[in-house]
Ligand binder design. Structure first.
Ligand SMILES: CC(C)(COP(=O)(O)OP(=O)(O)OC[C@H]1O[C@@H](n2cnc3c(N)ncnc32)[C@H](O)[C@@H]1OP(=O)(O)O)[C@@H](O)C(=O)NCCC(=O)NCCS
Length: 168
């Protein structure tokens, strides 16, 4: 029988667990799509759990039967990196699955929870700044690419990404 997981809200107490999960997931999986020179300066920043997301009530963890975090992801009303809020638009934030748990529906389960809650809050469209390695995942969830964007991550080079959208 394959191991199971459940989805729960994340809280500020999950900060170290989420950072550890991001660090287990992002470096290896993003290396498939980015040059070292672009990725290395970004990694220390993007593998750090975002306290604002953890306390927002709109970020979730997939945990295994022992309560160990195997996936994370959520959404916000604010556009990433700004306080701008657009009516009816919500933003997908900081999705990751542990490499040994890939392909078991964790990302999709986290997305479903985001969609249910964002829709209940009045959002009608999701936007996502998809990393190049994750574009296929978001396409499988029904997102369509709108265009290439460069995402600023601290003082290093911009991270080439794809802006994706879907109605919810
Ligand atoms: C993207 C990520 C979260 C997907 O997690 P996952 O738990 O393996 O996803 P799921 O098993 O729920 O897959 C859902 C669907 O997406 C598809 N999918 C997943 N990863 C994919 C990929 N890299 N390319 C194409 N399709 C992909 C699956 O085949 C599945 O399709 P199906 O349901 O139609 O069979 C994971 O690969 C990851 O952590 N990547 C590194 C971090 C990252 O880049 N995050 C996004 C930042 S924007």
């Amino acid at each position: 029988m394959s191991p199971t997981f459940t989805v729960r809200h994340a809280t500020p107490e999950d900060e170290s667990g989420v950072s550890e999960l991001l660090l287990a997931s992002y470096p290896g999986l993003m290396r498939t799509a980015y040059d070292q020179a672009v990725l290395e300066p970004a990694l220390p920043l993007i593998t750090r759990a975002n306290p604002a997301l953890l306390s927002a009530g709109t970020y979730y963890l997939a945990v295994n039967d022992d309560g160990f975090a195997v996936g994370c992801g959520g959404w916000s009303r604010e556009r990433p990196g700004s306080s701008e809020v657009q009516p009816e638009v919500a933003h997908i934030r900081h999705f990751a699955t542990r490499p040994e748990w890939l392909g078991r529906g964790i990302g999709r389960a986290l997305y479903r929870r985001c969609e249910e809650d964002a829709r209940s809050s009045g959002a009608r469209r999701f936007e996502c700044q998809a990393s190049l390695n994750a574009q296929g995942f978001y396409a499988a969830l029904g997102f369509r690419p709108v265009g290439r964007i460069d995402v600023r991550i601290g003082p290093g080079p911009m991270l080439p990404s794809v802006l994706m959208q879907r109605a919810i």
